[in-house]
Design a protein around this ligand. Sequence first.
Ligand code: TNX
Length: 767
Amino acid sequence: MKKILPALFVLSFVFAKAQNNLNLVPMPAEVKMGKGNFSLSPAAVILVKNGVDDASADFLNSCLQNNFGFTLKKVKTAAANYIQLTTLQTLVPGKEGAYTLTVNKSNISISGQTASGTFYGMQTLLQLLPVKKEGIAKKKYPLSIPQLSITDYPRFSYRGMHLDVGRHYFPVSFVKKYIDYLATYKFNTFHWHLTEDQGWRIEIKKYPNLTKVGACRNRTLIGRYGENNYDSTTYCGYYTQEEVKDIVQYATDRYITVIPEIEMPGHSTAALASYPYLGCTKGPYKVMDTWGVLDDVYCAGNDSTFTFLQNVLDEVMQLFPSKYIHIGGDECPKERWKKCPLCQLRIKNENLKDEHGLQSYFISRIEKYINSRGRNIIGWDEILEGGLAPNATVMSWRGEEGGIEAAKQNHDVIMTPGNPVYFDHSQTKNEDSLTIGGYNPLEAVYNYEPIPAVLNAEQAKHVLGAQANVWTEYMSYPGKVEYMIFPRIMALSEVLWSPAAKRNWNDFERRLPVLFERLDAAKINYSKAYYDINPVVLPSAASPTGIAWQISSKNKNDALRLSYTGPLRILLQAEGTGKAVIPVTHQGTYMAMSKNSGVSLSQTFKLNKATGKKITLAAEPAKNYPGDGAFTLVNGVQNEKGTAKSSEFLGFLGKDLDATIDLGQLTDIKKVTLHVLGQPGSWIYLPSNVEVQYIMSLDTGKVNIMAPTKMASVQVQQQHGNVKIEIPGDQSCRYIRVVAKNFGAIPTGRPGAGTPAWLFVDEIEVE
Ligand code: TNX
């Protein structure tokens, strides 16, 4: 073996330089193309060698059967026309999952470092087969496979996908499908989020109410949070222990570890509804029918809470052999603990600083128990608050800061930042299905780098990998889950598996059409957002209004047509290849159409004296809600009710809007209107007041206010939806400055209580 290693490194140098036009995902570490093909027909055999069991051969056969309608005979010896499955001793030390795959004229050989590597090699082989076409099962072999030589191994040891079955339950058959998807793209961890406010989904023998009561809610929110529409259907679902065992085995057979998550201390109302003694107020509680963050959490002062959780965890650890048990830890309001005598007594007796210290106590106590059973905990990044439990691994979801902090404290970290790996967020700006919001397009996922630049090499070693989270508030059926994860799961697989230097968006784009064909063949529902026509409003000196509308398509051959169909019925037209721009000359509706895909969309422009004018902000909006820059506020696009698209807003977290518009010349003004969004359920609040200043000129940094500053203080109620705040004023000036005060901290009893409110601004209209 020692002799092989240097040879491999020489080869890898050669491989790395060679380009290939294979349609694999994730792209292997090293590929060397040969000439010619291997022809696979039912006459070939599978040669099963050392360290590989029959199950692997069976797996390959079942894929061949499903896609091409034939299987291969399993044998122990063969001279030619075989697919050999075997293992080596050492290939790439320390890289669990490494394998080589060679295809020559007379045979194929897959050799894993261990059996998992052989399995990944088979996955690669399956992607080398032609895409199954309708009717291929009716005898379309031999299948031709290009001659090549691959050496492959993963970059990260933790390659995860999460699934929330609390908000919506998915049947065992779909959970298995989900596991198959993970296996296809060489993920090795399935994070199964099993308990939530809206449902407890795992049978626990000692506590039958958890599934008798906790697995059912009386009704479910329909539509967006805050709109308060409900269905009238009882919604139930849970996995029996037999089903859990079956799923864990199914995953194990595919080299996937299932990490169960039992949420605590928050997101637990389904458990409290089942056993009210677990809460501080003793109930009554109900299994939640709507989303959000609830104040009722496990009581941290009562020892019986810990007895209950330990008993639950005992059964869970029996079912899941994983090294890690996820205990949640996120979004735990402290309202109940503040008023609960037992919790306060605990704070006193344990010398804790406050309720955050109590949360830390809670997690550490559970950690100690889990450690005593030989397992380790993972928790969401809130477990950093009040001090990290000694052996905990942190899942960083509120950005990467939690992960960075934990790595600096020498704790292991799994990166799952909302932006860009929350797969519940939209993947297109033209999303017409309901999602939780946000914008995580395919390209952003592809370009995600799990190791933050601020970590040094030692700290970076603590980043075990990354994971996409699939929260299912707005995914109520399997097809929707598929739509949300595909094709982003493919992009993430390459982030996690392929060497960083190999990652190449252009090459991924090259592969996409064939990768999509494979999804079509497998009848997987996926988002076609990649082929969207993307509209953007741009500042344009060439346009009389200062704005232009640009349409682009990833399909470089797409012919796009733009037209104006307002009351004047002027038809303007521009065609291009993948991109087209039209100046916005009139108020009204503009149309765009892709001649290739037939997709069309429209945009209505409302022009006013501020439209297209120069605008500056005293403070930038939050990084995740930048709109299209400050220009968004004067781009003539006003958000309309029911279609709140986050890209049309600038979002300020806890901060004020302070915008100055240069009207270009002395301008008569009758009214200024600020367009904002109210969505208290999503922590978005109207400003507490709005002030408009009319300014004649700005000299070197000094503001010269000619007319007396008009203070139009508008005390607005908290409303839902698009809200126009009108500030009348009979003025003549060159500049206007609009300052909208952020609402401030979210009041008690509301979702997100205590945290700063968002201010979402859409447009500043000047008449
Ligand atoms: C935050 S991520 C949550 C979930 C929600 C999700 C929606 C995390 C640890 N908690 O409970 O489903 O946002 O995106």
